[in-house]
Write a protein that binds this ligand. Structure first.
Ligand code: ADP
Length: 402
C-alpha cells in the first residue's frame, strides 16, 4: 500500500509517499509560501532529479490539489491513479491529553484537535486544514492523525506537573506535554534493534538536537520524561529558543525593556537560544561550529559551550531518573551531523556514566552507527530520525486495525 504522509504548517505543506511493504520513499515534495506572494513547489520522484517551480497557491486547498496533480503527472508522477493511495497519515502537533496514540480521523477526533488549538495556536489549525482538504480531495481514503505529543503521554504526574497551584492543571490543562514524540519513538525503537535487545527492557536517553531540540528518557518502552513542556520553549537551548529560564527573567525583560508579555514571548522564541547567546551571529550550527573550530569568535564559542552544557545536564538528570542508561542516542540535524557537538557533550561531562566515545567511529554524518567503544558501559548511538516513516507505520497499523 502507498501511504501519503503530510506535515501541514501555516504556510507550507511537506509530503512523502511511502511504500508500506518496502518502507521505501517513493516521492517527496514541499509546497512553500502558501497564501503568500511567490509560492512554489519542489518535488522529487525517488531516483530522479528534484524539480522546483513557481505555482500560485492561495490556500491549503490549492496546495493539496497541486500535490495530488504532481503525484499523478504522466512524466514523473509516483502513481498512475489516486486510488493507489491507500491511506493518509497527518502529523498533528498537539493532541493534549486526548490522544496517547495515533488515531483514525473522525468528526470527534477533529473536534478534539480543534480543542487543543489553545495549546498549539499556530500549528493545530494548519494541521486540521490539511486534514479537511485531504478528506475533500481524497474521498473514501482513511485519514490518520499522528500526534507529536502522544508518545509522551506515558509520563507520570510527578514528571508532567508544574509546581504551580494544581487548579491550573485541572482548569486549563497547564502541564508538561512534550514534543518531537514521533522522532523519540522512532529512534528509541531503532536503538533497540541496533543493540539487539528487547525494547521493553531498555533504558534509553534520546537527544533530538535540531533547530528545535529535546531530550527524552525511555524506560521499558515508555517515555518517563522529556525536556519540552507545555510548549516547545522549555528545556534545551535551541536555535532561537531560550529553553529553561527563571520566570523572573520575563518580569525583568518586561519591566526594564518596556515589553509586553507577547513581545517577551517572541524574544524567547525567536531571538534567543544560540542566536541570542552568540549576540546575533547565527542560529545555525554549521556557522557556529565553523567559528568555534577557527577559535577566534568568542560569541560562537560561548553559545556552543552553553548549548552543550544544557544537553549534558539533561542527560545527567535523566540518567538519575532512569537509574542508569543502557544507551544515549543522538538524532536530528545537529545530533546526526555534528561529531564535534557529540564529543563536547560526551567528554568530559558523561564519563562518570561510563560513556567512552570512539573518535573514529564518531566521525560520521547522517549515518546509523554505534559510536562508543566496545567496552563503554553506556553505549552512544547515532540514529538518523525518520518521522515520516514512523507516521506511515502508525497509519498502516491503524488502517489494518492493529
Ligand atoms: P528542524 O527540523 O528543527 O528545523 P533540523 O533537524 O533540520 O532542524 O536541524 C537543523 C540544525 O542542524 C541546524 O542548526 C543545522 O546547522 C544543523 N546541521 C545540519 N547539518 C549539520 C552539519 N553538517 N554540522 C553541524 N550542524 C549541522
Amino acid at each position: 500500500m502507498k501511504i501519503l504522509v503530510i506535515n501541514c504548517g501555516s504556510s507550507s505543506l511537506k509530503f512523502q509517499l511511502i511504500d508500506s511493504e518496502t518502507e521505501e520513499l517513493t516521492a517527496k515534495g514541499l509546497c512553500e509560501r502558501i497564501g503568500i506572494a511567490g509560492s512554489r513547489i519542489s518535488y522529487t520522484l525517488t531516483g530522479h532529479e528534484k524539480r522546483k517551480w513557481d505555482a500560485p497557491m492561495a490556500d491549503h486547498k490549492d496546495a493539496v490539489r497541486l500535490m495530488l496533480q504532481t503525484l499523478t503527472n504522466p512524466e514523473d508522477g509516483a502513481v498512475k491513479e489516486l486510488s493507489e493511495i491507500g491511506a493518509v497519515g497527518h502529523r498533528v502537533v498537539h493532541g493534549g491529553e486526548h490522544f496517547s496514540e495515533a488515531t483514525l480521523i473522525t468528526p470527534q477526533v477533529k473536534e478534539a484537535i480543534m480543542e487543543c488549538t489553545v495549546l498549539a495556536p499556530l500549528h493545530n489549525p494548519a494541521n486540521l486544514q490539511g486534514i479537511e482538504d485531504c478528506e475533500l480531495q481524497l474521498p473514501g481514503v482513511p485519514q490518520v492523525a499522528v500526534f507529536d505529543t502522544a508518545f509522551h503521554q506515558t509520563m507520570d504526574e510527578e514528571a508532567y506537573l508544574y509546581a504551580i497551584p494544581y487548579r491550573y492543571y485541572k482548569q486549563f490543562g497547564i502541564r508538561r506535554y512534550g514534543f518531537h514524540g514521533t522522532s523519540h519513538q522512532y529512534v528509541s525503537r531503532r536503538a533497540a534493534d541496533i543493540l539487539g535487545k528487547p525494547y521493553e527492557s531498555l533504558k534509553l536517553i534520546i537527544c533530538h538536537l535540531g533547530n528545535g531540540a529535546s531530550v527524552s528518557a525511555i524506560k521499558d518502552g515508555r517515555c518517563i520524561d522529556t525536556s519540552m513542556g507545555l510548549t516547545p520553549l522549555e528545556g534545551l537551548i535551541m536555535g532561537t529558543r531560550s529553553g529553561d529560564v527563571d520566570p523572573g527573567v520575563l518580569e525583568m525583560m518586561a519591566g526594564k525593556d518596556g515589553k509586553n508579555i507577547h513581545e517577551v514571548m517572541r524574544i524567547l522564541n525567536k531571538e534567543s537560544g544560540v542566536l541570542g547567546l552568540s549576540d546575533g551571529f547565527s542560529s545555525d550550527f554549521r556557522d557556529l561550529e565553523d567559528a568555534y573550530l577557527e577559535g577566534n569568535n568568542p560569541a560562537a564559542t560561548r553559545a556552543i559551550k552553553a548549548f552543550v552544557l544544557r544537553v549534558a545536564k539533561y542527560i545527567g538528570a535523566y540518567a538519575a531518573e532512569l537509574n542508569g542508561a543502557d544507551a544515549i542516542c543522538f538524532t536530528a540535524g545537529i545530533g546526526e551531523n555534528s561529531p564535534v557537538i557529540r564529543e563536547l557533550i560526551c567528554s568530559p561531562y558523561l564519563e562518570h556514566l561510563g560513556v567512552e566515545l570512539d573518535k573514529e567511529a564518531n566521525n560520521i554524518r547522517g549515518k546509523e552507527r554505534i559510536v562508543s567503544t566496545p567496552s563503554a558501559k553506556t553505549k552512544v548511538l547515532v540514529i538518523p530520525t525518520n518521522e515520516e516513516l514512523e507516521i506511515a507505520r502508525h497509519t498502516l497499523a491503524i488502517v489494518k486495525g492493529k
